[in-house]
Design a protein around this ligand. Structure first.
Ligand code: IP8
Length: 283
């Protein structure tokens, strides 16, 4: 067998493996909910996104943010600080009820538009031990292989040390990329992408593409105007999460969900307004 032939077989194999990689799509809470009004769904935005996601050809897992269905009550009861009093249980019950409602709205909208969306409750399959996480992703993996599109979200997670904590959708993605073969992680939020300060003009500019190396070294100019209502610090926290996600994926994409047509361009592999961070070390 000639060298060229072996090379061709190898390339085919790599391509096949690449094709089997899944996408993880995070729909930010800022897109599908009005973050400043408790339990307010942005129905129209959810519908537009569902129509886009129905055309997604690659297998994917969709993670939705909590927005005003999770963060408002989490703040009120200081759920992110862990267990301190029995009254917090009321808060957790309320968050569960509200998040079930949001997950149902997301799943229903996707199903109505033709996605085989099937929801899983994060805190039922992930637990935080003293030394890390224990989890049971087999049901999600099986569902994915059968043709379902698993839907998960951030959640109130039970933990060994503090009783409970808020586990963001981004933290969940960080865990998922270590246990699924993920090609791209796409963050759909209410900002255009990553803004960096131009050293000359001192103005923040949208960066359309950068490598993980650039990403490690840049000074973050501006990502989001207001993340004060978000107990997981949606945008500020995201930078650290993205760095760690990129250790296991080839690309992270940031795109504004208020422009669903940009998502079409992402899906079709065309140039879009947004940011792509490429892992130059991935094959
Ligand atoms: O919106 C937070 O998830 P995120 C989850 O992805 C809760 O940060 C329940 C507040």
């Amino acid at each position: 067998m000639g060298l060229m032939h072996i090379l061709r077989i190898y390339l085919k194999l790599v391509l096949r493996l690449k094709n089997e990689q899944i996408d993880i799509i995070k729909i930010g809470g800022s897109i599908i909910t009005n973050k400043s009004e408790y339990r307010t769904l942005r129905k129209k935005q959810l519908l537009l996104l569902s129509k886009e996601l129905a055309k997604w050809e690659k297998k994917c897992i969709i993670i939705h943010g909590a927005g005003s269905f999770g963060h408002t009550v989490a703040n009120q009861y200081s759920i992110h600080l862990g267990f301190s009093n029995q009254n917090q249980l009321k808060g957790i019950l309320q968050i569960r009820k509200d998040m079930l409602e949001l997950t149902e709205a997301v799943t229903h909208s996707l199903v109505e538009n033709g996605v085989n969306a099937l929801s899983f409750q994060t805190s039922a399959i992930v637990f935080e031990n003293e030394g890390g996480f224990s989890f049971h992703f087999n049901p999600v993996k099986k569902a994915l292989s059968l043709g379902f599109c698993p839907i998960l979200s951030g959640d109130v997670l039970f933990t060994e040390a503090k009783g409970f904590r808020i586990f963001s959708g981004d933290a969940l993605i960080r865990l998922l990329v270590q246990h699924f073969d993920v090609g791209r992680v796409i963050f759909i939020s209410d900002v255009d992408g990553l803004f960096l300060q131009d050293p000359e003009t001192k103005e923040d500019k949208l960066v359309s593409s950068l490598t993980t190396n650039d990403f490690e070294n840049v000074e973050i100019g501006e990502l989001n105007q207001d993340d004060s209502k978000d107990v997981t610090g949606e945008m500020r926290g995201k930078i650290e999460e993205i760095k760690s996600i990129l250790e296991h994926t080839s690309e992270v994409i940031l795109v504004n969900g208020f422009h669903p047509e940009r998502l079409t361009l992402v899906r079709e592999g065309d140039k879009f307004v947004g940011t792509t961070i490429i892992n130059e070390n991935s094959t």
